[in-house]
Structures are given as C-alpha cells and as structure tokens.
Design a binder for this molecule. Sequence first.
Ligand SMILES: [Zn+2]
Ligand SMILES: [Zn+2]
Length: 319
Amino acid sequence: MRLGVSLFVSPSILSRMLSVTFLGTSAARPTVERNVSAMSLVREGETLLFECGEGTQRQMMRYGVSFALSEIFFTHFHADHFLGVIGLIRTLGLQMRTEPMRLYGPKGAKKLLTQALQLGVERVPFEVEIVEVKPGEVLREAYDICVFDTEHGGGSVGYALREHERPGRFDPDKARAAGVPEGHLWGKLQRGETVELADGRKVSAEGIVGPKRPGRLVVFTGDTRPCAAVVDAAQGADLLIHEATFGEEEKERAKETGHSTAREAAQVALAAKARRLVLSHVSARYSISAEELVKEARDVFKETVVAKDGMTIEVPFPD
Ligand SMILES: [Zn+2]
Ligand SMILES: [Zn+2]
C-alpha cells in the first residue's frame, strides 16, 4: 500500500520521509501475534534499529526492513530486548558483509554484548564496535540522537531522534517584488544570506524567507516507569513510542516491575504535549487489538494507537 501511495509523491518529498516499523511489540515473551521488542526507523533512506529481541531478523525479512543498516540502539539488556542480535550478526556474516556495525547501549553494553556475540558467532567478517552511552549524550551529526534516562531498575536509557531546524519558507513573489532575479541569488536568500543586486542595492533574507521551522522529533522509551526524564525528552514530540506493558488493573504490578500502564504512558504524552502516542511492549495477557489499553490511554490522550508487529507509521513535518 505504501508503494502505491509513494508513486504519486515527488522524489524530494520521498527523500525526506521518516517512518518507523514495529518488528516486535510484546513484553517479555513472544506470542503468536507479537514478537519481542524491536523497531526500525527509516529516515531519508537510512535504516536504524532500536532493540533486537529474539527473532528480529526474521521479522525484518517479513516486513521488508533492510539488512543494510549500520547501527543498533539498545535501551537495556533484558533478554527480550537484545538476544536477536546474535542471530542477526551471524546472518550478516554469512552474507559476507564487510561494513562495520555499531551497537549502542547503556553501561554494561561492552561486556554483555561482547559475551553475547562470542556465544553463537564463530567469526564475524566485519567489525562490530560497541559504544556505551550515557543520559545527556547526543549522537550523530546530520540530526541528533539524544540519550535520556529512563526508570527501569537502573541503568536503562531511551533515545530521541531530533532533527535540526529547517530554513524558513522562501517566498518567490516577495523575492521578485524586491527586484531579486531568479537564479543563484535566490539560493543565497534561502540560506538566510543578504544579497547584492546589479545596481548595488542590498536585499536581506528577512521578510522574504520565513522563520526557521522545527524538524521532527521521534522518541523511543524502551522499558520504563512514567518519569520526568521521558516527559522532558518528549517535549513537543511528533511521535512518542512509550511502553505500556499493563492496564490499570495491573497498576501495582507495573510499579513493582519497572513498567508503565497505558494510562500512565498517556499521561506522559499529555505532559510532554506530544502529537501522537504509540503504545508498545504489551503484555501477552492482552489480545492483539489490546482495546482496553487503547481505551484507557485515549481517555487521557486522544491521539493514541497500540503498535502491532508490521505496523508502519509515517512521521510528516508538522507544517
Ligand atoms: Zn522488556
Ligand atoms: Zn526490561
């Protein structure tokens, strides 16, 4: 269906697309309908993977997620979030991959992932670099991946992908009215520079180019209690992917096990003034539609859906 839609979209819009695909949406153990945690994010043709629960490689094949990825981000090291990396790295090795792979995770990542990879992989024909990250750290250059603190029994983190501000909207009519001829001077104005015309007059971008426009913000919490650090990281998020392991009837259990209820996730989305909320990491006790979780959350925050394996969500620019 996405391809059909895409045919009518211009290449420049396609290249700016941002989407997430849920590869595993179950908490703790897989069910027939839901695999354990993993989510891919595709931005401008680049694929990133968040978590890699057991069986993720098969979910990637099933839902058409590229194996040509170079980075996997882990929020913590409970088995349902990382065991799949052993099989995935092994398959990539069998495919004679040569490009390096980088694995990010909180403190302990180096020891644990090194051990895990030695377990099932005889020899990896490409370099695997393991990077330990701390809350407050910002990764990447073309955009930011901000690492933030979560509350899941110590040492867990979440990730927020924040795009840089975009230049303001260029108004060709105003440029013409100011006497700036179409051509390279328009490009300069678009970049916010002042241009000099043939008659010596100087024209600044002000008034011709609108105010800078925000980029997109996608926030992935991993397992967590509802907490202030997530609310901060998700301020104005275009998409907040928050765990919702339980419903309200298991409120106490959520507290004891370091998880959130659907309602609590919705309260975080509301406090953060997020645009949309996706609930994931759903306990095996709920049906695939998880209606009770959706209802509880929507009572607090209307723009809520529950993730399903294979679900893709596009994240457009707000304007
Ligand atoms: Zn989990
Ligand atoms: Zn966990």
